[in-house]
Design a binder for this molecule. Structure first.
Ligand code: NAP
Length: 252
C-alpha cells in the first residue's frame, strides 16, 4: 500500500485550531502528549483522555503554563471501560460543548511480541479492546457531537505492521489492520451524509516508550521525538485537510 503524505513544507497557521474542541486519547505520554500540547498551542481546547491521572495532570499543567485554553481531563482505562462509561462521557460532553471538532485516536497497547502459536488469548483480547473496540465505542457514542461541528476530523493511528503483516507482531499488527478497516468503512459511510472526515496516520518510528519496548536494540535518539512529527497531526486535524477523507497517511 502506498501511503499519502501531507503537502511538502506544510506550515500550520498559529491559530489553526482556534475555537475547536479536540479529544486526544493516550494524551498523557508519547505521541498523544505531544499532539495534545501541539493542538493546544494552535488554539484548541483539548480533552485529555488517558488512564494515568498524574500524567494527564502534568499535560494539563503544561498547557495552562503555556497560556493555552484550559483543557479537560477524562480519566478512563480503555481496557476496562464498559459501554455505559462511553455513553456517560458523551452525555457529559454534550452538556458542556456545542460540538466536538475532532478525535485523535492514539492510545494503544503493544502487547506481547510472540508467534501466534504461543500467543496468550488474554493479552490478545486486551490489545483488541484498547486498540480496536475502544475506538469503535468512542466514535459510536461521540458521532452525534462530531456531527454538530462544521467539519470534524477523526484521526485513527496506524502502524507499518497494520499495512503489511510481520512475524511476531501478533495482536498489535492485527489491531492496526482493523484500524485501517474501521477508517475505510467509517469514511465511506460518512462521505455523502456528513462533513466529518476520517483518515489513518502512521507516525512511523518515533522515540517513545512503546518504540523503545518494541526495539530495545535501537538507539532511541535515532528516531525523531514526538514533537518532531506534529505537522501531519496538525494538518489532518485542522481545516487545511478539509475534504480529505478515507486515506491512509504516513507522518513523514
Ligand atoms: P506510548 O508512549 O506507549 O503511549 C501510549 C499512550 O496510550 C499512553 O499515554 C498510554 O497511557 C495510553 N494507553 C495505553 N493503554 C491505555 C488504556 N488501557 N487506557 C487509556 N490509555 C491507554 O506509545 P506511542 O509510541 O506514543 O504510541 C502512540 C500511537 O502511535 C499508538 O497508537 C501506537 O500504536 C502508534 N505508533 C507508534 C509508533 C512509534 O514508533 N512510537 C510507530 C507506529 C505506530 P499511560 O502512559 O498511562 O500508560
Amino acid at each position: 500500500m502506498t501511503a499519502f503524505l501531507i503537502p511538502d513544507n506544510y506550515q500550520p497557521r498559529a491559530d489553526l485550531l482556534a475555537g475547536k474542541s479536540i479529544l486526544v486519547t493516550g494524551a498523557g505520554d508519547g505521541i498523544g502528549r505531544a499532539a495534545a500540547l501541539s493542538y493546544a498551542r494552535h488554539g484548541a481546547t483539548v480533552l485529555l483522555l488517558g488512564r494515568t491521572e498524574s500524567k494527564l495532570e502534568a499535560v494539563y499543567d503544561e498547557i495552562e503554563a503555556g497560556g493555552g485554553a484550559r483543557p479537560g481531563i477524562v480519566e478512563m482505562d480503555l481496557a476496562t471501560a464498559a459501554e455505559e462509561n462511553y455513553a456517560t462521557l458523551a452525555d457529559n460532553l454534550a452538556g458542556e460543548l456545542p460540538c466536538l471538532d475532532g478525535i485523535l485516536h492514539n492510545a494503544a497497547l503493544l502487547g506481547e511480541r510472540r508467534p501466534i502459536a504461543d500467543a496468550s488469548y488474554g493479552q490478545w483480547c486486551e490489545v483488541m479492546q484498547v486498540n480496536v473496540n475502544a475506538q469503535f465505542l468512542l466514535t459510536r457514542h461521540l458521532l452525534p457531537l462530531l456531527q454538530q461541528a462544521p467539519g470534524a476530523s477523526i484521526i485513527l493511528t496506524s502502524s507499518g505492521v497494520g499495512r503489511t503483516g510481520k512475524a511476531y507482531w501478533g495482536a498489535y499488527a492485527v489491531s492496526k489492520f482493523a484500524t485501517e478497516g474501521f477508517m475505510q468503512v467509517l469514511a465511506d459511510e460518512l462521505e455523502n451524509t456528513s462533513t466529518i472526515r476520517v483518515n489513518s496516520l502512521n507516525p512511523r518510528g518515533t522515540n517513545t516508550a512503546m518504540r523503545r519496548a518494541a526495539y530495545p536494540a535501537e538507539t532511541p535518539t535515532d528516531n525523531p521525538s514526538p514533537g518532531d512529527i506534529m505537522g501531519a497531526y496538525l494538518y489532518l486535524m485542522g481545516d487545511d485537510s478539509a475534504g480529505v477523507s478515507g486515506r491512509a497517511f504516513d507522518a513523514r
